[in-house]
Write a protein that binds this ligand. Structure first.
Ligand SMILES: [Ca+2]
Ligand SMILES: [Ca+2]
Ligand SMILES: [Ca+2]
Length: 257
């Protein structure tokens, strides 16, 4: 019911009120997931691979800013595909908001390794603000050495390790996360996310998915004490007939105007 009310309200609002939520994709095929084979096949992530999200910024060469993030789901897993826009030398940090509550950069601090640093800090010396509606619960980091999943925790606690895969494929990386691991269940809910790109030492880039002009148009935040932060985020809806039909009906009505 909470989601129904949110969707109904969202459809009634003008675009600027939703500016921080940039791209919304809806999984319209509950039975079809992706295949984790480090290759993006035709129609693997929705029709025409339309369950995709692009970014902005090129301070580290466009690996994330010129990259594409894909999502798919079936009854068991959330599938995340990433097509790098350039060499994957640094840490592609995908913050996932799947539950009520969550964390801010200012409230996390884990320097145990580069992936923990990127997940809890992004640019190491600045508090990188997110949109107030975006409070991530998990972080998936893709690097040349593989992919690692954490549950986020508040400072002074270390992040909770969940899983590691040592496959270092590029330019395409695919990974599956059981829905239950993210506190999700088949047929309900959505995943909000943003992607940052940070060096192992915590030197922040100006690249992000989705694009966020204040960050993307400036220099890399690097080791600075001030960052433009990540003011935008995206959403992927798990298949849920009622909500999906409601949104599609709303979009169709808008197109007819
Ligand atoms: Ca699907
Ligand atoms: Ca694939
Ligand atoms: Ca930070």
């Amino acid at each position: 019911m909470r989601k129904f009310l949110f969707l109904a309200a969202g459809l009634a609002l003008s675009a600027p009120a939703l500016a921080a939520l940039v791209d919304v994709r809806i999984d319209a095929n509950a039975g079809a997931g992706a295949t984790v084979d480090q290759s993006i096949g035709a129609n693997e992530y929705g029709p025409g691979n339309s369950y995709s999200y692009t970014g902005g910024g090129g301070g580290f060469g466009g690996t994330v800013g010129g990259g594409v993030l894909y999502m798919e789901s079936d009854g068991s897993n959330l599938y995340i595909g990433f097509q790098a826009g350039n060499a994957l030398n640094d840490l592609v940090t995908i913050l996932l908001d799947t539950q009520a509550g969550g964390y801010t950069d200012a409230g996390m601090n884990d320097n145990g390794d580069g992936a923990r640093r990127a997940s809890s800090q992004q640019s190491i010396n600045a508090d990188d603000a997110y949109d107030p509606s975006f409070l991530p619960d998990y972080s998936l980091v893709m690097a040349s050495w593989g992919t690692v999943l954490f549950e986020l925790e508040a400072d002074p606690n270390p992040l909770t390790f969940i899983a590691f895969d040592g496959g270092g494929s590029q330019p395409v990386r695919e990974y599956a996360i059981p829905l239950a691991t993210l506190g999700l269940s088949a047929g309900t809910g959505f995943v909000d996310f943003l992607v940052a790109y940070v060096s192992d030492s915590g030197f922040g880039s100006n690249e992000s998915i989705p694009a966020y002009q204040p960050l993307n148009s400036g220099p890399n935040p690097g080791f600075d004490a001030v960052s433009a932060g990540y003011g935008n985020y995206n959403r992927f809806y798990l298949p849920e007939p009622t909500s999906a039909l409601l949104v599609l009906a709303g979009l169709a009505a808008l197109r007819r105007r």
